[in-house]
Ligand binder design. Sequence first.
Ligand code: HEC
Length: 247
Amino acid sequence: MPHLSELHGAATHLAVVAIPLFAILHFVRRAGRGGAAVVGAEPWALGAAVLGVAASGATGLLVWGQAQTELRGQHFRLGNAHFWLGIAIAVLAVLAAGDWWRSRRADGVDHRPVIVPILAVLVVVGVVVQGYLGGRMTYEHGVGVYDGGQLAQSATGASRLHVALATGTPMVQAGKAAFSAQGLGCARCHGDLAQGLRAPPLAGGRELPDFRRVHQHGLFPSSVVTDRDFAAIDAWLKTLAPAGRRD
Ligand code: HEC
């Protein structure tokens, strides 16, 4: 389901493109190169940069609420750093825009604001760091990942499997249910009978390290799908004839 916080991703990209673009155009023009095209493009890039910063800030506040409730303990420092760096970038960008505008000459050609180059470099560095921090928040900690995304099915599928194993359901039967689209959903990629679909066939069984190599840092971290869970699934996979030997 779409929700509002992904607008932050959309909005930041305007700033991410426009800020370095402005910096490049500004330095090119100061170096006396690029001609009228660069002179004409520079104010547009600056306008887009300021608009991008404003849009990033406004949409960032939507995600900020989620960071408060989704980053546990010390991890919240990441959110704080991202927040204050965002404010700093916005202030520097507005200062740069103000200085650029003030030093504009009537002919609009030869103006050389003093602090804009320094601010431009600072803001570009800030944007890179900000993107890294935002990436950590999203991709490592899942801030703004609505309803847990695909990982939610891993959690419910694993807990169903744990209950089945704890209540004495035979391994093969519990593993088969876990493999299905209603369980951990392996079947959605590997095929209902593990015959291979978008993902390789698993019929005949696979080793735990192969499973971990592919899925540990993705859908099935070992904190959610345990070695025993895999063993149950593998017990079922072993009952299936490997591809090419089905007769
Ligand atoms: C979203 C799709 C998807 C789901 C769901 C999925 N897999 Fe996979 N899996 C893949 C893909 C793609 C590969 C091949 C990746 C590669 O080899 O780099 C793979 C590879 C594997 C491998 C290694 C195969 C080999 O021959 O080395 C194992 C084992 C495996 N998956 C087990 C599972 C199990 C068990 C589940 C369910 C708990 C599961 N997978 C769910 C996509 C999926």
